[in-house]
Design a protein around this ligand. Structure first.
Ligand code: GRF
Length: 196
């Protein structure tokens, strides 16, 4: 089995990218990192490891931006594209070209969107969590691969809750990627099973 080629898309701090870079026995290699933000810390984390890191900024022409992003991803010939805090929605053409997965800070289908942690707190839920899912052309909609609950504490703020979620994400995302790299992820429509 060849080592899988992984491309990570990230808009922000890139702690999930770092978790992938630090993971042992992943069975694959992060061969490229792309961002829509030139200032994204994620790009620096990649460069620190000698991994090609490129920003493709969204301009006035969204279709052109996505075509450029798509071309840069294709340059790396990925087996898997990982959205790790990538804050843009991708079109159907992109998400069907490669397997694409995303990590999201809620137990989907609860609280999709960019403010999941704030929304969960505002709703008053007692249990929040983290989802890793396949990406389709809708926001936070694709088949769930793995989920883990995170208890909400009475005095949680978005920052404290998100910090505990990130600790879970840093374990859950590499475990899913490891399973993917070992060809242990079976998908049947919306139903995904990770074989032991
Ligand atoms: C994570 O909480 C992830 O669930 C969400 O964006 C955040 C990215 O964090 N999609 P980081 O940039 O990996 O630190």
């Amino acid at each position: 089995m060849h080592r899988k080629r992984l491309v990570v898309l990230a808009s922000g701090t890139g702690t999930n990218l770092q978790a992938l870079l630090d993971a042992r026995d992943l069975g694959g290699d992060v061969v490229g990192v792309l961002s829509d933000r030139p200032a994204a810390l994620a790009l620096d984390r990649a460069r620190d490891r000698g991994i090609p890191a490129t920003a493709v900024e969204l301009g006035a022409d969204r279709a052109r931006w996505e075509a450029e992003l798509c071309a840069r991803v294709a340059d790396h010939a990925p087996d898997l594209v990982i959205l790790a805090g990538f804050m843009r929605v991708l079109s159907v053409g992109f998400v069907h070209r490669w397997p694409v997965i995303n990590v999201h800070p809620s137990l989907l289908p609860a609280f999709p969107g960019a403010h999941a942690v704030e929304d969960a707190l505002a709703w008053g839920v007692k249990v929040a969590g983290v989802t890793v899912h396949f990406v389709d052309e809708l926001v936070d909609n694709g088949p769930v691969i793995a989920q883990e609950a995170v208890d909400v504490l009475d005095d949680d703020t978005p920052a404290t809750l998100h910090a505990r979620m990130r600790r879970v994400e840093h374990r859950l995302l590499p475990s899913v990627v490891r399973a993917f790299c070992a060809d242990r992820v079976d998908r049947d429509g919306r139903h995904v099973r990770i074989r032991p």
